[in-house]
Design a protein around this ligand. Structure first.
Ligand SMILES: Cc1ncc(C[n+]2csc(CCOP(=O)(O)OP(=O)(O)O)c2C)c(N)n1
Length: 610
């Protein structure tokens, strides 16, 4: 069939099983061809094709609402709801989002990007439907790793106890998070999965036996399975449990979904899928390399990722101070694969559990262990209370590696790392830093681990950086908690932190400004001594921050100025109360009017008009 003729999912209902299977194959080939062109979540999407076809076949979207947890596995849903024409623009500037997006389609009923929200969203949807007396089912699609999240269990706890509200939960079990799923819930699911033997036997007999004998054998099988699975966590929580089912068998999925549609109580339908199905390397990937792939490009990118700079620096520091790493599910993205292999006793993947990770880190620190907690800036938000109450309030020496700080590019609005500076700023005792280059990253990490007793944040962006000196053999260097001059002059002062400083250095050169360029590497506490010196020697102060402006560095400088009655001309450039969408990093900077050109224009106007 011509995938490009699909406008909405209604056509599916007229197709035979054979045609549905052929459709799945065509979608698989399309995704295999398309995803490497733009980059995107390869493995998760290859694993959910048959499921999403079956869901759209049985249910009537949008009256029946699909709620995808995270929303990274919904490419087939995008295709079946008429968006294939836009796949060339997937994750590109002003293009199709890589996640569920309200603006794109009426069939997109829950935006998230963060794991573990689907079951709460499902519960909210069901109550809203009931209150408004609207028809339609609510179906949450959640992975075996996301269901272990605390939020998921909070929702499971509620919905399972409510006998008058029916929700459908499809548990898409591929035994993988980004890397292997971890924890005892995953082990409990393995016990159900061991029933896979039934799936395989069924696949064989389906080919050779007539339908009525299959039905009879099915009854025996269900009885046997029930006997073997006397304990079932979902049944204990009040759900009807259906599974484990072969998540690639469209006919079986449709048969069971039709039954489930008629049931009156909440159901967990447990399906077994293969992450990366149809792509040999992705199918065999147990590390997570194919979870998300970057755009295939012939240009060899130079440099090292900031994540690796930090993991290598921490590796180097292990000869000085043994550190325990608590990692909430991001081993691959945060580049800790080698560290984990080298120091298995000091490394723990705790699953998608940022809140737990933060409190556990607090307790490790409280009990005298040096602890490093890497968190993507966006996911750190999940643990606001735990960081504030268990770490900052109690002044526990947890060292945070805040990864993907700043604009994240293609992942878009749900993943932007724009709020961490404000979030950490308001927390007592917290020290916040950002390195300008790789040497400074190493030095700050050493300082944070060895010279600090407070909770300490080192934040670093997504992307590559050229490595100044080999990190694994780097000499230890003591630094002071100060700001530094990258250029020292008078009259105009340009202040920033992190790699954004390069934009200011370039502006300084292009405009022949002869300005001071200041590296405010200690974002909190500010270097008051140096700030005073800057204010004394400069008439104009320009502050640039790739962060939300509320509660960031600029307001601290303003309040220092007010307190000490400084009257310097001052302005700033940062992100003001906006949702920032996906796209190429440079395009987004331009759209925000924070790129090189905009900086130079703003500085020129600032100096000449004031
Ligand atoms: C709160 C939060 N932490 C981390 C992530 C990063 N993340 C995105 S997908 C994913 C794995 C999800 O695994 P699973 O739920 O099993 O779905 P699958 O991709 O295997 O289908 C993780 C850890 C996230 N999106 N949200």
């Amino acid at each position: 069939m011509d995938l490009f003729s699909i406008k909405d999912p209604s056509f599916l209902k007229k197709l035979t099983y054979k045609e549905l299977k052929a459709l799945a194959q065509e979608i698989r080939l399309f995704l295999l061809d398309q995803i490497p062109k733009t980059g995107g979540h390869l493995s998760s999407n290859l694993g959910t094709i048959e499921l999403i076809i079956a869901l759209h076949y049985v249910f009537d979207s949008p009256e029946d609402a699909f709620i995808f947890d995270v929303g990274h596995q919904a490419y087939t849903h995008k295709i079946l709801t008429g968006r294939i024409h836009e796949f060339d623009t997937l994750r590109q500037t002003r293009g199709l989002s890589g996640y569920i997006n309200y603006k794109e389609s009426i069939h997109d009923q829950w935006e998230s990007g963060h794991a573990g929200t689907a079951l709460s969203a499902l519960t909210g949807l069901l109550y809203a439907k009931k209150l408004k007396q609207e028809k339609g089912d609510g179906i949450a699609i959640i992975g075996d790793a996301s269901i272990t999240n605390g939020m998921s269990f909070e929702a499971l706890n509620l919905l399972g106890s409510d006998k008058n509200t029916k929700g459908i939960i499809v548990l898409n079990d591929n035994e993988m998070s980004i890397s292997k799923s971890v924890g005892s819930i995953s082990k409990a699911l393995t016990r159900f999965r061991s029933m896979k033997i039934f799936i395989k036997i069924k696949r064989f007999w389906q080919l050779v036996l007539p339908e009525f004998i299959l039905r009879f054998l099915g009854r025996i099988q269900r009885g046997l399975r029930g006997f073997l699975q006397r304990q079932n966590i979902f049944e204990d929580l009040g759900y009807m449990y259906v599974g484990p089912l072969d998540g690639h068998d469209i006919k079986g999925l449709i048969y069971n979904l039709k039954r489930i549609r008629k049931v009156k109580k909440s159901v967990v339908m447990h399906i077994i899928t293969e992450k990366g199905r149809g792509h040999i390397e992705a199918e065999q990937d147990k590390v997570g390399t194919y979870h998300g792939v970057s755009k295939a490009t012939k240009i060899q990118k130079e440099g090292m990722s900031w994540s690796e700079v930090i993991s290598q620096s921490l590796d180097r520091l292990q000869s000085i101070e043994k550190t325990f790493v608590v990692m909430p599910a991001m081993t691959v993205g945060a580049q800790f694969i080698d560290f984990e292999k080298k120091y298995p006793d000091r490394y723990l993947d705790v699953g998608i559990a940022e809140e737990h990770a933060a409190t556990m880190a607090a307790s490790l620190a409280h009990n005298g262990v040096k602890v490093f907690l890497p968190l993507y800036a966006t996911f750190a938000q999940r643990a606001f209370d735990q960081i504030l109450n268990d770490i900052a309030r109690s002044n526990h020496h947890v060292v945070f590696g805040i990864d993907r700080a700043g604009l994240v590019g293609e992942d878009g609005s749900t993943h932007q790392g724009l709020y961490d500076v404000s979030m950490f700023y308001l927390m007592p005792n917290m020290v916040i830093t950002m390195p300008y280059d790789t040497d400074e990253a190493f030095d700050l990490l050493y300082y944070g681990l060895m010279k600090q007793h407070n909770p300490f944040v080192i934040r670093y962006p997504r992307g590559l950086v050229s490595v100044k000196n080999d990190l694994l053999n780097r000499d230890i260097r003591d630094i002071e908690p100060t700001w530094t001059y990258l250029r020292k002059s008078d009259k105009v002062a340009l202040i920033s932190y992190g790699p954004s400083l390069d934009l200011l250095l370039r502006a300084n050169d292009h405009l022949s400004l002869n300005a001071s360029v200041i590296n405010a590497r200690f974002i909190k506490p500010i270097d008051e001594k140096m700030l005073k010196e800057i204010l004394d020697c400069h008439t104009h102060i320009f502050v640039y921050e790739e962060a939300a402006n509320t509660g960031s560095l600029y307001p601290q400088i303003l309040s220092f100025m007010a307190k000490h009655q400084y009257q310097n001309k001052i302005t700033s450039m940062s992100i003001t109360n906006k949702v920032v969408e996906h796209g190429h990093y440079k395009d987004i900077l331009k759209i925000l009017e924070m790129d090189q050109e905009s900086i130079e224009k703003a500085i020129k106007e600032f100096i000449h008009e004031t």
